[in-house]
Design a protein around this ligand. Structure first.
Ligand code: ADP
Length: 218
């Protein structure tokens, strides 16, 4: 994996968990917070840290924020600070800005500023939980559009020992299997003759309702 430089602004629960995961994955992470205690708590999980008010242009400039590949604005309830910080980052020409929104209106403002990825933690997590309940065999998913997903689905037990042609998944469930994950192996565009094994994970593309049915088979 290539090494990127990330800056996380706002080291509450959300910002710290992003910083921690990136740091664990060997990425360079600068953690910034206006509050000294928040910075101290996050120190084990970042490469570097700074106490600074990110809504101040001078503070951001002195941290060399321009040089970062991706900046995450994880400021929570202080909407004014979140918006000012996002604006400054945009003006500095940061290539990838990610920001947390606490309400729909907050998100709309961030979108107008040109933030590249807006996250609504509670709403997004709620959707993930509901999707998991609707599709118990689903491990992970990517939303391609409002209606279409790519999902990783554990092979239903009764399909083990059969091949894709026999199972006729595309016609019966209206989903297409684009890859199979088997132990450490990945079989891309599997042949119709590929014999499926217990424990296989199917990577399937399709309408999310069709995928939900497929991922709830016994
Ligand atoms: P969470 O729900 O993720 O815990 P919080 O609202 O508790 O979110 O955390 C947001 C963090 O952002 C806090 O630690 C706060 O000190 C920090 N923060 C708020 N305003 C600024 C700012 N202008 N510059 C830097 N950090 C800020």
């Amino acid at each position: 994996m290539s090494k990127n430089q990330y800056a996380v602004i706002g080291l509450g629960r959300f910002g710290t968990s992003i910083a921690r995961r990136l740091h664990e994955a060997g990425q360079e992470v600068l953690g910034i917070d206006i509050n000294e205690e928040s910075v101290e708590n996050a120190e084990p999980y970042v490469t570097d840290s700074a106490i600074a008010d990110a809504s101040e242009e001078k503070a951001l400039a002195s941290l060399g924020i321009r040089n970062f590949d991706c900046v995450i604005v994880a400021i929570g309830d202080d909407i004014q600070s979140s918006i000012l910080t996002a604006m400054l980052l945009k003006n500095l020409g940061i290539k990838k800005i990610i920001a947390k929104a606490t309400s729909k209106r907050h998100g709309q403002v961030l979108e107008t500023i040109g933030v590249h990825w807006i996250i609504y933690p509670e709403r997004d997590m709620g959707e993930r939980v509901a999707n998991q309940l609707l599709s118990p065999n689903m491990l992970n998913y990517i939303e391609l559009s409002k209606d279409y997903n790519i999902e990783e689905v554990i092979l239903p037990k009764k399909m083990a020992g059969k091949n894709l042609r026999q199972l006729d998944i595309r016609a019966r469930f209206k989903v297409s299997v684009i890859a199979i994950l088997r132990n450490d192996e990945i079989i891309i565009s599997p042949s119709p003759e590929e014999l499926l094994q217990m424990g296989d994970i199917l990577v399937a593309i399709g309408n999310r309702n069709d995928l939900a049915k497929f991922a709830s088979l016994d």
